[in-house]
Design a protein around this ligand. Structure first.
Ligand code: GDP
Ligand code: IMO
Ligand code: MG
Length: 417
């Protein structure tokens, strides 16, 4: 399979975990390059649902090496919980390796994240996982990296420095610190448990020929190319791969964009095709659109072509996957936003209005639904004609080939073309 990347094309939760789980049978290594415990990637082991946050979805295959790249921010407490969770499902964690240069999220970072959100007049709706504050420390050159976990004394000093700095800056209060004392103890214990997994992963990245790169979040949440400031603090788009793994872009053979057959967003920020009517509620109910990390309801809307055009352009996707086609099974009419209108101007690419998305009027085209079940179908010809038309329509309007169509949450509910 060579070196391929799976990247979220929209606002995250496109079904990246499921696609990685399917394609990981063809590779030796699955690697994450950004983000942290803010991600929630759902996979199934037989009928049992597993939600992964930091461990790449390659964990489902016992012989697969799972790498957590230097561009990630690692939460030791949550990682240990995740180790326990996957072990309880009969999976092994011996092949999970953390880059020695990945940054570490502490309980202080999480507290700062939650406090910032409480105080803000312009709430982002973060996952509260301490992602922003950890990346702030990284770029301030005051971060704790996973290599620092190997020296217990220096780690204690670094955490104390972090605590005092947060108290001085009134980012946390003494009472709050008191409340997380146990969590800080847990943190040091968790650091000890994950320490044996810390490694120089550069040789693994450069000596293996079959690697699947797993993105977290989505392009419109990218700190540089997303709907700033309503974004995450890393680069989920393909640009993040080179820095987040030490893997030059010219080594990547396939960049696969994952898009839902409609659009969802969790957290705040502009969403041009968001629906506030019965159709929106129906997408949410049928699609079970609740965040895999926070359980918050996801906002829902129709497929957005200007957004997808932008995402395809920014990432350089060579092909795309469309997921959750089956969620549209019960709609008589399916709409697609083909163009944006803003202050009398029109554009088929979101970049034209990226800083005015609140003022967008989406222009829709309407398609006939198929009104029958597509769940589990895995051959394109077996799809009802209207569903085939929907896929062909998207393929033509986006000028990109749709290589995979997902028709259910399970690994094999997939059409490969
Ligand atoms: P990720 O963060 O991109 O990995 O996506 P999430 O796991 O957060 O959200 C995707 C949700 O949709 C999960 O509950 C998946 O089990 C589910 N899912 C993925 N693909 C399909 C599909 O084709 N049909 C249905 N019905 N569910 C799907
Ligand atoms: P996966 O990998 C969907 C959103 C949050 C918030 C914004 C910033 O499962 O697709 P953060 O905690 O990162 O500082 O929050 O980003 N967000 C996600 N939305 N899927 C995710 O991950 C997300 N990770 C963060 O809801 O709006
Ligand atoms: Mg998710």
């Amino acid at each position: 399979m060579a070196i391929s990347a799976i990247i979220g094309g929209q606002w995250g939760d496109e079904g990246k975990g499921k696609v990685v789980d399917l394609l990981s049978s063809e590779v030796d290594v699955v690697a994450r390059y950004q983000g942290g415990a803010n991600a929630g990637h759902t996979v199934y082991k037989n009928n049992e649902k597993i939600v992964l946050h930091q461990i790449p979805s390659g964990i489902m295959r016992s012989d697969c090496i799972c790498l957590l790249g230097n561009g990630m921010v690692i939460d030791p407490i949550e990682l240990v919980e995740e180790f326990e969770n996957v072990k309880s499902k009969g999976l092994e964690v011996k092949n999970v390796f953390i880059s020695m240069n990945a940054h570490i999220t502490s309980p202080i970072h999480k507290l700062i994240d939650i406090n910032l959100e409480k105080k803000s007049n312009n709430k982002i709706g973060t996952t509260g996982k301490g992602i922003g504050p950890t990346y702030v420390d990284k770029y301030n050159r005051q971060g704790i990296r996973s290599c620092d976990l190997l020296d217990k004394k220096s780690l204690k000093n670094k955490i104390n420095f972090q605590i005092n700095r947060a108290l001085d800056a009134k980012q946390i209060t003494a009472d709050q610190l008191d409340n997380i004392k146990n969590e800080i103890d847990d943190f040091f214990n968790a650091c000890k448990i994950i320490a044996p997994h810390i490694k120089d992963i550069i040789p693994i990245i450069h000596e293996n020929k079959n690697i699947l790169i797993e993105g977290a979040q989505g392009t419109l949440l990218d700190i540089d190319h997303g709907t700033y400031p309503f974004v995450t603090s890393s680069n989920p788009s393909s640009g993040g791969i080179a820095t987040g793994l030490g893997l030059p872009l010219n080594k990547i053979d396939r960049l696969i964009g994952i898009f839902k057959a409609y659009t969802t967003r969790v957290g705040n920020g502009p969403f041009p095709t968001e629906l506030f009517d019965d159709d929106g509620e129906k997408l949410q109910t049928i699609g079970k659109e609740f965040g895999a990390t926070t359980g918050r309801p996801r906002r829902c809307g129709w497929f957005d072509v200007p957004l997808a055009n932008y995402s395809i352009m920014i990432n350089g996707f060579s092909e795309i996957a469309i997921t959750k086609l089956d969620i549209l099974d019960e709609f008589n009419e399916i709409k697609v936003c083909t163009e944006y209108q803003c202050n009398g101007e029109k554009s088929k690419n979101l970049s034209a209005f990226i800083n005015q998305l609140e003022d967008i009027v989406p222009i829709y085209t309407s398609m006939t639904g198929w009104n029958c079940s597509t769940v589990g179908i895995n051959s394109f010809n077996q799809l009802p004609k209207e569903a085939q038309n929907y896929v062909h329509y998207l393929e033509n309007i986006l000028s990109i080939s749709i290589k995979y169509i997902s028709t259910g949450p399970k690994r094999n509910d997939m059409i490969k073309r």
